[in-house]
Ligand binder design. Structure first.
Ligand SMILES: *Cc1c(COP(=O)(O)O)cnc(C)c1O
Length: 373
């Protein structure tokens, strides 16, 4: 008999499916890496800001030593930027690390976690990883139904995940609605507000969640340097919450969870407002191009406030996989979302103008083929 290791709730985890790396697609499809367009992981198409590259080049001299375990300088920069005490900040090895830490810190085996249908896959993974029960609340128009999520909180619930904007759908809940929700969540239930795409919001959509952290001791706001800040490969994110929550995350986190280069690059990127503005402007322009093309093609899409768009590429449950494969053969990597329960859809990261153009050309060609329709 084969021994089975580990708890059953760990064995039951379906591993996270990441966007295909360029090198893998090149090998699989016999393509030249340079010809491949990757619009699959919501990375910033401008790449890393030059300011961050310079900061990293300087920090290389320190790599013989351990990183600053407390991230003193970065926390000071974040504290100044967001107007909170440095003691309210937790640094993470990507904000993924923060989400995992939150599940470990606030939820026991057998307790429950509430999140929305079609929300970020890591919420389910983090929940299962601690042997907790997931309460998945049906989405409305592909977005969070906050009233239903509130109603779903039961006696066992200790944590609620809310992504705003949400990934993979791009949906957005406005500030007043979110604030009203926070006011109604029981105080012993932690709300993790995952704002990975917040820097892409247009001025009229912005709200001040850091103010809410001051009012709600059960709120933890999670942010990342992976998207608009352009540092996905470095793995760095952070959380802002009052001491009661932050203390627990700090006890659990690995002492050196954020490396020296990431800390140096993040400080530079945080202060590079020109890069952020350029990234948001490029994104708005690309969103317009893609959605106008989808309109012309008669394709349904979900209005998005992130740096990606979810588009329905066919009316049968093979459509996403079929069109995805056809795009891969044409050297375009996007993200199938069948694992999210959206088999008719693809998620397209907004790229550079020429990348968006290459994707649209490949998509149009694919949809024009009788077999694809
Ligand atoms: C991309 C993303 C993250 C974070 O990624 P990290 O690279 O781990 O910081 C977190 N939440 C959502 C909803 C995301 O889309």
């Amino acid at each position: 008999m084969t021994a089975s290791f580990g708890p059953s709730y760990v064995r039951a985890i379906a591993p996270y499916i990441a966007g295909k790396p360029i090198s893998e697609v090149a090998r699989e499809f016999g393509l030249d890496e340079a010809s491949i367009v990757k619009l699959a992981s919501n990375e910033n198409p401008l790449g890393m800001p030059e300011s961050a590259q310079r900061a990293m080049a300087q920090a290389i001299a320190d790599l013989g030593r351990y990183p600053d375990s407390n991230g003193f300088e970065l926390k000071a920069a974040l504290a100044a930027r967001y107007g909170v005490p440095a003691e309210w900040i937790t640094l993470g090895n990507g904000s993924n690390d923060i989400l995992e830490l939150a599940a470990h810190a606030f939820v026991e085996k057998g307790q429950a976690v509430v999140f929305s249908e079609y929300s970020f896959a890591v919420y389910a993974l983090a929940t299962q990883g601690v042997g907790a029960r997931a309460i998945v609340v049906p989405a409305v128009h592909y977005g969070h139904d906050l009233d239903a999520m509130l109603a779903a909180i039961d006696d066992d619930t200790r944590l609620v995940f809310v992504a705003n904007p949400n990934n993979p759908t791009g949906t957005f809940v406005d500030g007043p609605t979110l604030e009203a929700f926070l006011g109604k969540v029981p105080r012993h239930v932690v709300v993790v507000l995952d704002e990975a795409y917040t820097e892409y919001l247009s001025a009229d959509k912005r709200y001040n969640s850091i103010d809410w952290v001051r009012r709600y001791p059960n709120l933890l706001v999670s942010r990342t340097f992976s998207k608009a800040f352009g540092l996905a490969g470095l793995r760095i994110g952070f959380a802002i919450a009052q001491r009661g929550l932050t203390d627990l995350l700090n006890r659990l986190r690995q002492p050196f969870n954020v490396n020296t280069l990431a800390q140096a690059a993040a400080i530079a990127a945080l202060n590079d407002s020109a890069f952020l503005e350029q990234s948001a402007a490029l994104n708005a322009q690309g969103y317009k191009l893609l959605t106008e093309a989808f309109d012309k093609l008669g394709l349904e899409y979900v209005p998005s406030e992130g740096n990606f768009v979810l588009v329905r590429v066919g009316g049968d449950d093979e459509a996403g996989a079929r069109v995805n494969l056809a795009l891969l053969k044409q050297a375009v990597i996007v993200r199938p979302v069948g694992n999210y329960g959206l088999p008719q859809w693809l998620r397209i990261t907004i790229g550079l103008p020429e990348e968006n153009g290459a994707f649209l050309a490949a998509l149009e060609k694919t949809l024009a083929e009788p077999a694809a329709a």
